[in-house]
Design a protein around this ligand. Structure first.
Ligand code: EPU
Length: 428
């Protein structure tokens, strides 16, 4: 078992580079199935969700060659629409993109139901609605989604009842080679939707409007290979900016797109943090004195739900009482019980948390209950006095490349230890 150990209370100073965006990378890697050619994907983060995506492809006959640490050549010429191993598919929510990609390429798909972080119910009704509107029969049975459009997919107008990143991307994948024009209305605006559309267009697709409410996809016969670089991870960037604000010091977070972080930087400024924005970097300067704030997470360009837990930590360190409202997921506050072990005073009622500023947190043994909850425990451990031990860190490894090394380089006292499983079992 691996654990992260942090001796907190040290300001972060220096530079942290941001890696490629997990949520764009997993979509784009699985979208390569749509091309009968080689693609070169650059700025791929070295995280377990990307490794799993590549393993899924490999199990289906795709040839993968790493050119360097962050660049892979993916050759989907001989991909087979076989059932991907469930032990891989269940580890990652984004494996549902296999349905859209296989449907687009082979007009049929059978995929195990995906796993991922537990935020309560995570329905896929909008994905299914989109596939059916395009002319596919969809059944969900025995833990599998089966989509069948052997008579072909035909473009149509699809109105999404809820704004969903996954459903928007999945329908785009299925529609890209359909006959005629597909229009997705009430589409998600997230930067990874735009990045996936840009990748598909680089391969010869005809998609316009990505990043707005209405996305238009004119079906094309074939897609060719392309070389494409994934955008920087706005959630990783946001996590480090919040860590800088929480610990004090002067931290320059580089290789990011400032526009993607507007909702966060506005809140950090409201809380009294100084920010210096450059073309591809933001420096956060904090003396540790933070004002309270009210925050509601919403689809992009609103405040990202994937920064809710990290921001929850920052609000604990502020003066006064803040309200943090979750506008996307049913149950995003599981991390609160862990934070309370470090001295947080938070009351959760449904989707709202009332966070009483406590000034300082104290180190404790906590668990990473999901990916962003785990990131929040790291932020809390860095800011807290004393020693924090974080368990179940495989969640963090799903989405943060070299997080230990990156934080060590800016002055954090953080390390990972491996405890042999037999010792751990005896202790329990
Ligand atoms: N929803 C439905 N029906 C659907 C799909 C979604 O009701 O068919 C609802 C969900 O229950 C939720 C809301 O719509 O309340 C938004 O869900 P969405 O489909 O946008 O989420 P997702 O595509 O499953 C992606 C990210 C998540 C991020 C959400 C919201 C990926 C791989 N995952 O999930 O990222 O929280 O969008 O921005 O892109 C993370 O990176 O830690 C993470 C969980």
């Amino acid at each position: 078992m691996e654990k992260i150990i942090i001796s907190g209370g040290r300001p972060l100073n220096g530079e942290i580079p941001v890696s490629g965006f997990k949520n764009a990378a997993v979509a784009i890697v699985l979208a390569t199935i749509l091309t009968e050619d080689k693609c070169i994907i650059e700025n791929l983060p070295q995280i377990s969700d990307v490794t799993i995506s590549l393993e899924i492809l490999r199990s289906m006959g795709v040839r993968i060659k790493y050119i360097n640490k962050t660049t892979a050549e993916i050759d989907s010429t001989f991909v087979k629409p076989d059932l991907a191993p469930y032990e891989l598919v269940r580890k990652m929510r984004a494996s549902y993109y296999l349905v859209g990609s296989l449907l687009g390429r082979f007009k049929k798909a059978v995929v195990g139901l995906p796993g991922g972080c537990d935020f309560g119910v995570r329905p896929i009704d909008q994905h299914i609605k989109g596939f059916e509107a395009l002319g596919s029969k969809v059944t969900v049975e025995s833990g599998c989604i089966e989509a069948d459009a052997t008579k072909g997919l035909v473009g149509t107008n699809i109105y999404m009842d809820v704004v969903s990143v996954g459903a928007t991307i999945n329908v785009m994948l299925a529609a890209v080679k359909a006959d005629g024009v597909t229009v997705i209305e009430n589409a998600a605006h997230e930067p990874h939707v735009v990045d996936t559309a840009n990748f598909l267009n680089a391969c010869g697709a005809d998609i316009s409007g990505a990043g707005t409410d209405t996305i238009k996809i004119r079906g094309v016969k074939n897609l060719h290979g392309a070389t494409y670089a994934i955008i920087p991870d706005m959630i990783e960037a946001g996590t480090y900016l919040i860590a800088g604000a929480a610990t004090g010091g002067k931290l320059r977070v580089t290789n990011l797109i400032p526009k993607h972080l507007d909702s966060l930087t506005a809140k950090l400024e409201e809380m009294g943090v100084t920010l210096i924005e450059e073309d591809e970097a933001i420096t956060v300067i904090s003396d540790g004195k933070l004002n309270r704030a009210n925050i509601k997470t919403q689809p992009y360009p609103g405040f990202p739900t994937d920064l809710n837990p990290q921001m929850g930590v920052l609000l604990c360190l502020a003066q006064g009482t803040s309200i943090l409202t979750e506008g996307v997921w049913e149950n995003r506050f599981r991390y609160v019980e862990e934070l309370k072990r470090m001295g947080a005073k938070i009351k959760v009622d449904g989707r709202t948390a009332v966070v009483e500023g406590v000034g300082a947190l104290s180190g404790a043994g906590v668990r990473a209950l999901d990916l962003r909850a785990g990131a929040a425990m790291i932020v809390a451990g860095l800011a807290a006095t004393g020693r924090t031990t974080i368990e179940e860190i495989f969640h963090i490894q799903r989405g943060y490349e070299d997080i230990i090394e990156k934080l060590q380089a800016v002055g954090a006292d953080i390390r990972m230890v491996t405890i042999p499983d037999n010792i751990y079992e005896k202790a329990n």
